[in-house]
Design a protein around this ligand. Structure first.
Ligand SMILES: *Cc1c(COP(=O)(O)O)cnc(C)c1O
Length: 354
């Protein structure tokens, strides 16, 4: 008996979403906050946790976190769902919308999870390529919406791995022309200093995803949230498991939001200015062409095979992401913006290689 026959054929065709187990002291492969969580936020989180009964279940609905997120994001608390990472919520949204024959529109190259989850659920995926300049091809997106009438359209803005953004006017048009849901994954919005949340007021088919894993320096604790019209948020939350958010993560997320302006925002500002410096420094290295990015990472076109750049940098104890397997990105690698000294080390190592 081959029990693998029982697995959906479309799942067996998928390549598993994985990450190489390599380690480097300069870890710029996952777009994390290079400074780590500020001590004040850690200490206050631990203080609150010490006073909490660990024997008791967390809140069924983490209402106190939802309220803080509502104030922070400028949206209704009942239009917010917090999850165990935003990936969980992307999965929940697709679970309540996508089944056999449902249509999902994405633009590629982008975050691989959208295709992965939509495929597992039986969705038919239409992929609109980015332009040759690796920006959103608005005209082609609008034409695809017209033609296939997608049930769900997913746009990552700023996009991982290219760093491009969709303009508000283009998004508003997309929302008007779509009879389906339009998802904006805003995992990196802090670095673009721009959010699409104000569009929620006028567009009931918009769902916005955010995460604590990047600017908020909390990737280890797994927290994300979505913002949508309350009636839509309620439907999506039906696919979220009870107690998905553990008490440690919920408490720490509350503290992080409360202290964001004082403790985290200055770090985000430094990452943005380092991104601009890194871009200029990489551009003057012969053989490298960095792509402008609104996020805390950028992709770089390279005359040396990305696989080799990855290996050479690893010998310098620097871990980057080889994105050459993505469509359109055969000659590219991706680096996250690190601390100033990490960026200096990257620049020096690349000068040596090129
Ligand atoms: C990092 C990232 C996320 C974050 O996912 P979590 O589950 O919240 O850690 C979401 N979307 C994109 C595009 C990302 O790059």
């Amino acid at each position: 008996m081959n029990y693998l026959d029982k697995i959906k054929p479309r799942v067996r065709e998928l390549r598993a979403y994985t990450l190489t187990p390599d380690r480097g002291s300069i870890k710029i492969n996952q777009n994390e906050n290079p400074w780590g969580m500020p001590a004040k936020i850690k200490e206050e989180s631990l203080r609150r946790l010490e006073n909490r009964a660990w024997s008791r279940y967390p809140d069924f609905v983490p209402a106190s976190l939802h309220e803080r997120l509502a104030a922070y994001a400028g949206w209704k608390p009942d239009g917010i769902v917090a999850g165990n990472g935003s990936n969980e919520l992307i999965q929940a949204l697709l679970m309540v919308t996508i089944g056999e024959g449902k249509r999902v529109l994405i633009c590629e190259p982008t975050f691989a999870l959208y295709r992965q989850v939509a495929t597992v659920l039986g969705g038919e995926i239409t992929s609109v390529p980015l332009t040759p300049q690796l920006t959103y091809d608005t005209k082609a997106i609008h034409e695809a919406v017209e033609e296939i009438n997608p049930d769900v359209t997913i746009i990552c803005s700023p996009n991982n791995p290219t760093g491009c953004v969709m303009k508000d006017d283009d998004l508003a048009q997309l929302l008007d022309r779509s009879s389906g849901l339009v998802v904006i994954d805003e995992a990196y919005f802090e670095f673009a200093e721009h959010t699409v949340v104000p569009l929620l007021e006028r567009h009931a088919n918009l769902v916005v995803f955010r995460t604590f894993s990047k600017a908020m320096a909390m990737a280890a604790l797994r927290v994300g949230y979505l913002l949508a019209e309350p009636s839509l948020a309620r439907e999506i939350s039906k696919a979220v498991l009870p107690y998905n958010l553990n008490a440690i993560s919920q408490t720490s997320a509350e503290v992080a939001v409360e202290m964001y302006e004082r403790e985290l925002q200055p770090l985000v500002g430094r990452i943005i200015s380092e991104r601009e410096r890194l871009f200029v420094e990489l551009r003057i290295i012969e053989g490298l062409v960095p792509v402008p990015s609104q996020a805390n990472f950028m992709i770089v076109r390279s005359t040396v095979e990305p696989r080799r750049v990855f290996a050479e940098l690893l010998r310098h104890d620097i871990l980057i992401r080889d994105v050459s397997g993505y469509s359109m990105l055969k000659d590219y690698f991706r680096v996250s913006v690190g601390t100033p000294s990490e960026n200096d080390a990257l620049i020096a190592a690349l000068r040596e290689i090129f």
